[in-house]
Design a protein around this ligand. Structure first.
Ligand code: NI
Ligand code: MN
Length: 229
């Protein structure tokens, strides 16, 4: 049995045999956050989709305290490694096996700077993750526009797709519905909305549209909500 908990924005806690993970753990300074970084003491893996602050979040502090390994694209992994943290610096298209299952990095159309002391440096490219645990695949899209690359994910037979719906920086609600039509996961869950004024969106409208078009099951998660799969 695996567990998924929504922490607000694009942050999730994912648990299975051999894995207690955070994805994009933006907790400090996140008005939607359902947890504090100090709440996590046994995280063994952290997944970072790209270098923006609302995704890196508390990753370095948690990784340092818990000894977690950080999965992200190779260039951004180099920056985390320079802080003395453990990393898996994979890249787009790569899949590898780990004690808990497999990880594949997939394309996301978005930026990925390293932000340090008010300076922006090259941080590689943004990515999404297909994480297989307990034989089931969770796709976290990161920040991305709608892209035909998502059609390739249909072959992955994704169990749960976590998709941004807030627009402005990413796909909006209607493009996210189209993304579900390309990916055809069993279950679609919206993320990356309401945290900032420019990304206001109604997650229930997303779930309703996905269901009405019979593209997948859809479910909204309030920050702090959790379910087993
Ligand atoms: Ni971003
Ligand atoms: Mn973002």
């Amino acid at each position: 049995m695996a567990k998924l908990r929504y922490l607000g924005h694009s942050a999730f806690y994912l648990e299975g045999r051999e894995i207690k993970a955070l994805i994009d753990p933006f907790l400090t300074g996140n008005s939607m956050a359902a947890a504090k970084q100090e709440d996590f003491n046994d995280i063994n893996y952290i997944f970072i989709t790209h270098g923006h602050r609302d995704h890196i979040g508390d990753a370095a502090a948690i990784a340092e305290r818990c000894g977690s390994t950080i999965f992200t694209c190779n260039e951004l992994a180099g920056w985390f490694a320079s802080l003395g943290l453990k990393t898996e610096g994979m890249h787009i298209g790569g899949r590898a096996a780990f004690p808990f299952g497999t990880v594949k990095l997939v394309p996301a159309w978005h930026g990925c700077p390293v932000q340090e002391n008010g300076e922006l440096r090259y941080g590689g490219v943004a990515c999404g993750f297909v994480i297989e645990i307990e034989g089931k695949k969770v796709y976290h899209a990161g920040d991305t526009g709608l892209t035909m690359e998502m059609k390739l994910l249909e072959d992955e037979k994704v169990e749960i797709a976590l998709l941004p719906i807030g627009g402005y920086y990413t796909m909006d609600l209607d493009d996210a519905v189209r993304a579900v039509g390309l990916i055809r996961p069993r279950l679609a869950i919206p993320m990356h909305y309401d945290t900032f004024p420019v990304i206001k969106a109604n997650p229930r409208e997303f779930a309703e549209k996905v269901s009405r078009l019979r593209l997948a099951a859809a479910q909204t998660m309030a920050p702090g909500a959790e379910f087993a799969f």
